[in-house]
Design a protein around this ligand. Structure first.
Ligand SMILES: C[S@@+](CC[C@H](N)C(=O)[O-])C[C@H]1O[C@@H](n2cnc3c(N)ncnc32)[C@H](O)[C@@H]1O
Length: 271
């Protein structure tokens, strides 16, 4: 467990993932009914963009830093995402559990799971002041599936593993299948790197065949130096109505400054 998200916080892949997270939560908030968020690989909650890890890679310079001076007119999810990021100040980047915690209403719940002891300790501190938010130390794949379906029967499961292990796609696909079986109507936001098209296709094929009826992918590609991540995907299962249009509209605005190609594509599910 050497992975530290601090090296990558605020990069192009984080920006698109967190934009999607905010867009989904905003859609969930359109109804008064409570929802639950389960974040299986939560990280430390907040990242110091002036810290040693961020400085070493400089990845936020190719991501968030390029979105600071966008025009005032922008789609609601993009405006909300950038608003939350700016609220924390220029050197503090919020991770997925903090963004979710900030968007919850009194009736909603968040469980954020993190395995690494130091990252978990930081996460616990960051989330301590939020009501209805639980930080848990453990294996996110196991805990997330156990927590489903949430009592509210509405909600979002975020799975964002580190892809350190060579069999991460297999573990992720297994966990998604188990989670979808228990919470078929849930929304799932899943992040993956695209290093090999064939490995990605196998992963998506396996997941989509496992009883998923409605899904889309968001594929983001940038040019990056040799050996650096240049392409990442999001699989969104059961995206809320209007999510595709919202992501497409945001992509029109952020693609040029990020120097990225962003594709939003519906995927056929299977039995
Ligand atoms: C990509 S980072 C998460 C970033 C976070 N989701 C965000 O967007 O701000 C992956 C995290 O998963 C943690 N991790 C690794 N294996 C895990 C496991 N089996 N269960 C839970 N967390 C794990 C790592 O320590 C790391 O903090």
């Amino acid at each position: 467990m050497n992975y530290r998200h601090g090296y990558h916080a605020g990069n192009f892949a984080d920006v698109v993932k967190h934009l999607a997270l905010v867009a989904i939560l905003q859609h969930l908030k359109k109804k008064d009914t409570a929802f639950a968020v389960v974040d299986s690989h939560a990280g430390r909650g907040v990242y110091d963009l002036t810290g040693e890890e961020a400085a070493k890679t400089g990845e936020a310079r190719g991501g968030l830093a390029r979105l600071i001076n966008l025009p005032d007119e922008m789609p609601p999810a993009l405006a909300a995402y950038l608003g939350l990021v700016k609220e924390g100040g220029p050197s503090r980047y919020p991770g997925s559990p903090l963004l979710a915690a900030q968007l919850l209403r009194p009736q909603d719940r968040l469980t954020a799971i993190e395995k690494h002891p130091e990252e978990f300790a930081a996460l616990k501190d960051v989330l301590a002041s939020y009501a209805n938010v639980q930080a848990e130390q453990g294996d996110g794949y196991v805990r997330a599936v156990k927590l489903l379906p949430p009592p509210s029967r509405r909600g979002l499961v975020v799975m964002d593993p580190p892809f350190e292990a060579t069999d991460e796609f297999e573990s992720l696909a297994r966990a998604i299948s188990g989670a979808v079986r228990k919470f078929a109507t849930g929304i799932f936001l899943i992040w993956y790197p695209v290093k090999s098209q064939s490995a990605t296709d196998v992963f998506l094929g396996e997941v989509l065949a496992a009883g998923v009826q409605k899904a889309l992918t968001v594929d983001t590609q940038i040019s990056a130096p040799e050996g650096k991540l240049d392409r990442a995907g999001l699989l969104v299962i059961n995206p809320p109505y209007g999510f595709d249009a919202e992501m497409f509209a945001a992509a029109q605005i952020i693609a040029a400054p990020l120097g990225a190609d962003i594709g939003v594509k519906w995927r056929a599910g299977g039995p």
